[in-house]
Design a protein around this ligand. Structure first.
Ligand code: SF4
Length: 240
């Protein structure tokens, strides 16, 4: 009887199906979302474009501020072209404050929104004519009419100062979503997202360098990814 039981056990062991091996093709756990080391990636970008002079040419703080106000939604090269006549007639804040906003019109032909820009320049000049000193903090600059965060960041990056953020211009609004660093369409929201993934020491250069990348190789149509220092981390290039 005992022998019969032992035979039965041995038979069932022989016919039992082997435990299923783990299939090599078993689906892996859901792949982790790729995260880009943006500070490292931006070192290359800043290395390439960080020393480029700003497209608005200027010989001093006053000239830069005037050009920054005039260049909103207007081509930098055009502002460089029309500015000499303006600056000859109005070499400092005092000379603007002596007249009226309307007096500036003849010098601003072709400048988009020139009537408002004239008002802003007149108001800034009236405020700063005594000292001829341009404020050097984000807070005080953005209190001036016609100066938003982007303009203030340009001034702080060029002239030095505290609190510069990330410059988000028309080029950055196009290039940042291609890179994948921010998909926001609103400049303020995009600036916040870029600031969140880069150290503060990179903020001032990051926006300007993305802007240079957009002017240079990441053009609106047919971006030249083969000649781009951001190709390895760029979402758009990875989809090509
Ligand atoms: S790799 Fe191509 S799409 Fe991406 S930032 Fe560079 S030029 Fe633009």
């Amino acid at each position: 009887m005992a022998q019969a039981k032992a035979r039965k056990k041995s038979k069932s062991a022989a016919t039992a199906k082997p435990a299923a091996k783990k299939s090599a093709k078993a689906p892996a756990k859901k792949a982790a979302k790729k995260t880009t080391a943006w500070p490292q990636a931006f070192q290359k970008l800043i290395q390439k474009y960080g020393k480029e002079p700003h497209p608005l040419t200027y010989s001093g703080p006053y000239e830069l501020l005037v050009k920054v106000v005039l260049s909103a939604q207007t081509n930098d090269a055009f502002i460089n072209k029309i500015a000499p006549a303006f600056l000859k007639a109005y070499p400092d804040f005092r000379s603007i404050a002596r007249g009226t906003a309307d007096d500036l019109y003849p010098y601003l032909k072709g400048v988009r929104n020139f009537a408002n820009k004239s008002k802003w320049l007149f108001a800034i000049a009236s405020k700063l004519e005594e000292s001829e000193q341009i404020p050097r903090t984000m807070e005080t600059l953005t209190e001036l009419p016609g100066i938003g965060r982007k303009s203030a960041s340009v001034l702080l990056r060029e002239l030095g100062g505290t609190g510069a953020g990330v410059i988000v211009d028309i080029h950055v609004l196009r290039v940042a979503p291609r890179l994948g660093i921010s998909k926001q369409e609103d400049a303020g929201k995009m600036e916040k997202e870029i600031m969140a993934v880069l150290p503060e020491s990179m903020w001032a250069d990051a926006g300007m360098c993305i802007s240079f990348l957009g002017r240079d190789v990441c053009r609106p149509t047919a971006p030249d990814c083969g000649n781009c220092v951001m190709q390895k981390v760029c979402e758009y290039a990875a989809r090509k």
